[in-house]
Every structure is written in C-alpha cells, then in structure tokens.
Design a binder for this molecule. Structure first.
Ligand code: ADP
Length: 463
C-alpha cells in the first residue's frame, strides 16, 4: 500500500473558524499526521469571516485546506446560528457542504483512502459514499471514519425536510435516518461509517448506555465492533507555561516558584487578597448543565465559606449568569467572576490557579484538565468520559495519582473532593511534588495521531 491519503472534513478548523473543541482537533491533528507521513488535507465551509484568498489555504507549512464556497449558505458571520437561534437552513447548508466535498475531491483529483468526518455536519458523507457514489470508480477505494465529539448534538431536522438531502424516501426508516419522527444525521453517519470513534475510551463505552447515549445507545452498541475511543491531545506550542507570552511570568518544572508570581498577579488583578498560602480554585468553562454547574450551585456557599479563593471565567446559560453575578456580590472578598469569553485571561487563570475545577455531568474528552496539568494546576474532576481517562485520584500517603475526583453525580461528593484538595494543599512539599509530576505528563497530539493512523488503516481494511 502506498502513502495513506486522508481528507479531514470538519465544519470548523483552527485558525479559520471555531466554536468549540472540534476546531482545535481539526486544526492540530492534521499537522501531526503529516509529520507521521500521511498525505492529509482538510476541507471546511468558507464562512463570511474567512479572509484567505482563493479556493484553498494551508495550515502548518503545507497541509492544504479546501474551502467549500457558497454565498447563499456560508457568507454569514456565524457558523450555525445567531442570537435568534440556529439558522433555519442548516440542513441545506450542510447537505451542500457534504456534497461539495465529493465535487472538490474530483476537481482536484485527490482520491483519499479515508474521509475523516466529524459530528453531524459531515455525517452525510458516509451516507453519500454508500448511495450516490456507490458505483463511482473515483471513490471505489475510499472509506470513512466518523468521529463523535459530542453526542448531544445530532443534527435533528423535521421530517418534511428530508427531501433536501436528495436521497430516496425509503432511507427514512428507523434503521437509518429516522429518529422519533425526525431526520437524524448523526444516526445515519454512525450506521454508514466504516469506522467510528469518540474522543476518549471511557466516553466510547458510556455512549452505549441509556444514561449517556442520547437515544442512540442502541444504534451505537450495534456497531461497537467498529467503535474506538481516542483521547484528544493538546497543542503544547500554545499551552505551555514555559513559552506562554500571555501569562505574567513564564515558569517550568525547573523554576516552579515563578508560578507563585503568576498566582500573586492574578490575585491582584482579580481583586483578591494576595497570599500564596490561600488555595485558589479556577474554573474556565461554558456555563452549561453538561459541565456540572448545578452541583456547583448547590454547594457554592459552603465552598466560599472555606478559607479559599474562587475565580471563574465563562459564558453560557442565563441561569448561571444570574447565579454567578449573585455570587460575585455576596462573596466579593474571595470570589472573582468573569462572565465573558477571554482567551488571554484563560491562560492567566490556568497559570495562576492552584486547582482547576471540572465537575462535568458528561465529558467526551475535556481539554481543561489536560491544559491544567501542563500549568501545574491540579484538577478536581468528576470521573466521567475523558476526565476519567486522564485524572487519577491522588493518594497523599503514596503520592500516586494526579488530581481529586468523585464519581457519583452528587453535590456532597463534589464538596468532599474540594475539601480533599484543600487539605492536600496544606502540605507544601507533597503538593509541589504533585504539581511537578503532572507538569511532566505528555498529552501532546503525537500519541493520539498514531492511534488515528491505526484507525484509518482499520477503515481501509473494511470491505
Ligand atoms: P467544551 O469543548 O465542551 O466546551 P473542553 O474542555 O473540551 O470543553 O474545551 C473548552 C476549551 O475552551 C478550553 O480550552 C477552555 O480553556 C476554553 N474556554 C471555555 N470557556 C472559555 C472562556 N469563557 N474564555 C476563554 N476560554 C474558554
């Protein structure tokens, strides 16, 4: 077999367009695949915000990015919707994108061994390959991999819109597109893909259960022989306190004391008492139920009654904005709340905090805990999905483990985990040993990219 050829299809790619973790994956993974010798290219819609000239651009030095262009569908500022809600023509838009992928490949005469599709926006690609393009010799050797980044977003549309997809009504049945009377793109993608993965091994198991399956657990379980979990990596060119120009003072394992300069300056900027002895808990997150904020809401008064400081950066659901505005007023001494998206402040919080809180209800992978490791900031997490795969309970008697955890989704358990963390913080030497250890962890993309190469090879072997 010759060099592996892969097209990664994504509705968002860093640095061109981003609303979530998918964009980070689509922007970082191809660069590492290329270094591993894969002939990889990327395709995404050309949104109104994309300034690059021409039909393509590059990420890294020479990974080609194709843009699927349509004034009608993509010359708008946002990706999926605006303040009035999702765009009404999203099915037209991503049907257009999925079909454009085949046309662009032909036009450029690039015959990938694997098209790597991501989430519902490109879920039609495996379907089209096995229907519209089933007998097209150009794609006779092409297989598909479908990655589920978050099963909660499935691409659901009213039944009446099914004809827009351009396939026979006979495919609108409960084994393929139909989902409780609606059209479900993700479901069809899962059924038709040659290989499927999610972004952590534990989430791959969880989504086969009723609790996490969002109604698709049966469909997924049926395909479990084709399903694997691959933890995302992070880009250490961006996330590394030794090189981070946005933080107050750079530091590494060798000059770890400088982290306390970052802490002091963060405390100062946030209007908190400057004192290295007081444990500082950071949160950087979408404010959504997924992230466990109902648990936080339950116990926040008890937490802030302790001798600690709390700094939160996030935006999201209105009820949590209301909650945290109230917290800011009530606990102005030891809480600092920023209800906004701010990438630079995020870096300062990762650097300046002692602990990072992430009590998610479910978490496909989670990047916050991996970033925290690198900044020597100890995660406090719920054992679910990618959090379970990356954070182990710290045992003060042996020094083993990497953070503070709880399992059952109960606020009392979360409070207990926070108390354990605060208590461990009191032992300066043990704490410093823990922080230095987690800073040495390697969650770079290299390992995960090798797993993706294996996954592509498995897809290629399917008949
Ligand atoms: P998800 O993709 O589900 O939101 P992840 O943990 O996978 O959660 O990734 C979230 C990323 O977005 C992290 O890099 C986090 O630092 C960043 N982030 C979240 N909220 C904010 C915010 N308000 N300001 C800056 N960065 C944020």
């Amino acid at each position: 077999m010759g060099k592996l050829k892969v097209l990664l299809a994504s509705s968002e790619v860093v640095p061109f367009a981003k609303t979530g973790g998918l964009a980070d994956v689509a922007g970082a993974l191809p660069l590492v695949l290329e270094a591993l010798g894969v002939d990889v290219r990327v395709i995404m819609p050309r949104y109104g915000s994309i300034k690059a000239v021409g039909e393509s651009a590059a990420i890294g030095k020479n990974v080609k990015v194709y843009f699927a262009a349509s004034d009608e569908y993509f010359s708008r500022p946002e990706l999926y919707g605006d303040k009035f809600g999702d765009y009404k023509d999203n099915l037209d838009r991503f049907t257009f994108f999925s079909k454009a992928i085949f046309n662009i490949l032909k036009k450029d005469n690039f015959k990938p061994d694997v098209i790597h599709c991501n989430d519902w926006q490109t879920a039609l690609v495996p379907v089209y390959l096995n229907t519209l393009y089933k007998y097209d010799p150009f794609f006779s050797k092409t297989k598909t991999v479908f990655t589920i980044h978050n099963l909660a977003y499935q691409g659901l549309f009213p039944k009446e819109e099914f004809p827009k997809i351009g396939l026979d009504w006979s495919l609108f049945n409960m084994h393929l597109f139909e989902f409780y009377g609606k059209v479900n793109l993700m479901k069809a993608g899962i059924v038709y893909a040659d290989m499927i993965n999610t972004v952590s091994p534990t989430y791959a198991e969880e989504i086969q259960t009723k609790e996490f399956g969002c109604g698709l657990e049966g469909v997924i379980a049926e395909r479990r022989d084709r399903l694997v979990g691959i933890l995302n990596g992070i880009d250490y060119k961006i996330w590394n306190p030794a090189f981070d120009n946005k933080i107050f003072k750079k530091y590494s394992i060798n000059n770890f004391a400088d982290k306390y300069t970052d802490k002091a300056r963060l405390q100062e900027e946030a209007g908190l008492k400057v004192n290295s002895r007081i444990p500082l808990i950071g949160v950087i997150s979408r404010l959504a139920d997924q992230k466990g904020f109902d648990l936080v809401a339950d116990i926040i008064d008890k937490v802030l009654a302790m001798d600690l400081q709390f700094i939160l950066l996030g935006t999201g659901e209105h009820k949590y904005h209301v909650l945290f505005e109230k917290i800011q007023k009530t606990y102005s001494k030891n809480a600092a709340i920023y209800l906004k998206f701010d990438a630079i402040l995020a870096q300062k919080i990762y650097a300046g905090s002692d602990m990072f809180l992430m009590p998610s209800r479910y978490e496909p992978c989670g990047l916050g805990q991996l970033i925290s490791f690198k900044y020597g900031t100890v995660p406090i997490v719920r054992q679910t999905g990618g959090l379970k795969d990356s954070v182990d309970e710290f045992d003060p008697s042996t020094g083993e483990g990497s953070g503070f955890t709880f399992t059952s989704y109960e606020s009392g358990r979360l409070l207990a985990a926070i108390k354990k963390a605060v208590s461990a913080y009191g032992n300066k030497n043990a704490w410093e040993a823990l922080t230095k250890k987690i800073m040495g962890y390697d969650y770079s993309w290299k390992r995960s990219a090798e797993d993706y190469v294996d996954l592509y090879e498995r897809a290629r072997e399917q008949s």
